[in-house]
Design a protein around this ligand. Structure first.
Ligand SMILES: Nc1ncnc2c1ncn2[C@@H]1O[C@H](COP(=O)(O)OP(=O)(O)OP(=O)(O)O)[C@@H](O)[C@H]1O
Length: 343
């Protein structure tokens, strides 16, 4: 639904040229929550601002719903921008206007009559959970409430796409979670496509389905969030995964585990997706004539299921242990790796 081809942005300053976005090609599906992660200076903000032409591209094209954004005239762009909402790290609210009037602002610009405007503003206030705060000024609101106003304002003209530029970076962890929950709710209720840029992997983990990792203006890795978490290829991606999952210290402790538990098979179970929510361990313990102990591990909940690793020890008759392992490998989505076999 969003097709980006060969997109580039070169900034020319007094003494040099900076390629902020470098020949970027990417497709984003309708209704997706698509995350773009990268360190400061990777080109994320420039990329997202190219999508609604807050920055003019130096080359390439952006097509949203069959409409080539990059070739629109200024007048056409004004209309099309109504279909692309945007929220910002520092909210960008109008400080002299109340909540209600901030949300009404894009409707006024679009020439929506007052009666209709008032009705729409009320709907939006309810949608983002700001009932009772209609007449407050931004200075009287918490950070989370300000971002709710930002979201309501961005949704006023019923856009198809919502661009989020570090939308939770100025918020504390609890408020971040509440705003991310709101974005998921809006995505599900309105079928809105959300493109979110961040430098925080926990934001990606919590709400995104697809992720692209940016470095030096390029996308260096991209895919389903669970896959990227499970098999990060690039160094930069591994570092982001470590932000959430911790370093792979568990691997260093494997030798220790093997020597501590003298008997049975020691296995690493990789949980990817829903299965982590099922009582797999107790099911195996009940179904097969084995003892199973959890030695160590970490499971992390994501938008589409859970991801993580458990080290377990299985003890019992060799053929019964093998049946249990075959069951996990063949009947579930859990990946099994034998760290130490039965001796
Ligand atoms: N208006 C501009 N003029 C010149 N250089 C710019 C301009 N905007 C961005 N840049 C440069 O382009 C590169 C990418 O910046 P950008 O803000 O897109 O990165 P980012 O990944 O969003 O990082 P941050 O989170 O720090 O903003 C940086 O080297 C930055 O200095």
């Amino acid at each position: 639904m969003i097709s980006i081809k060969g997109l580039s942005k070169i900034f020319t300053t007094a003494n040099n040229q900076i390629t902020a976005v470098d020949d970027l090609t990417l497709d984003i599906q309708e209704g997706d929550i698509f995350g773009v992660i990268g360190y400061s200076g990777a080109g994320k903000s420039t990329f997202v601002r190219l999508l609604n032409r807050l920055e003019e591209p130096s080359g390439g094209s952006v097509v949203i719903d069959d409409q080539e954004i990059t070739s629109l005239t200024a007048n056409q762009l004004r209309v099309t921008r109504q279909e692309i909402g945007m929220i910002f790290q520092h909210f960008n609210l109008l400080w002299s206007r109340t909540v209600k009037d901030n949300i009404a602002f894009p409707l006024e610009i679009a020439g929506v009559p007052k009666r209709e405007r008032d009705k729409r503003v009320l709907e939006l206030i309810k949608l983002v959970g700001l009932a009772g705060r209609e007449n407050a000024y931004p200075s009287q609101l918490s950070g989370g409430q300000k971002q709710r106003v930002g979201i309501a304002r961005a949704l006023a003209n019923k856009p198809k796409v919502l661009l989020c530029d570090e939308a939770t970076s100025a918020l504390d962890p609890e408020t971040t979670n509440a705003i991310l929950d709101l974005l998921v709710d809006i995505n599900e209720r309105l079928g809105l496509t959300i493109i979110l840029i961040t430098h925080e992997m926990h934001v990606i983990r919590k709400i995104c389905r697809q992720v692209a990792v940016m470095e030096e203006g390029k996308i260096v890795e991209q895919g389903d969030v669970l896959d990227v978490f499970l098999r990060p290829k690039q160094q930069v991606t591994k570092k982001f995964v470590e932000q959430v999952m911790g370093t792979n210290d568990e691997d260093n402790g494997v030798e220790q585990l093997i020597s501590t538990y003298a008997n049975g098979k020691i296995m690493r179970l990789h949980f990817v997706g829903e299965t982590a929510n099922q009582a797999l361990i107790s099911h195996i313990a009940k179904t097969f004539q084995i003892d199973i102990n959890i030695l160590q591990g970490k499971i992390s909940q994501m938008q589409h299921g859970a991801y993580g690793t458990l080290f377990v020890q299985i003890d019992g008759q060799a053929d019964e242990i093998n049946r249990a392992v075959t069951y996990i490998a063949d009947e579930t989505s859990v990946e099994v790796e034998v760290v130490r076999d039965v001796e």
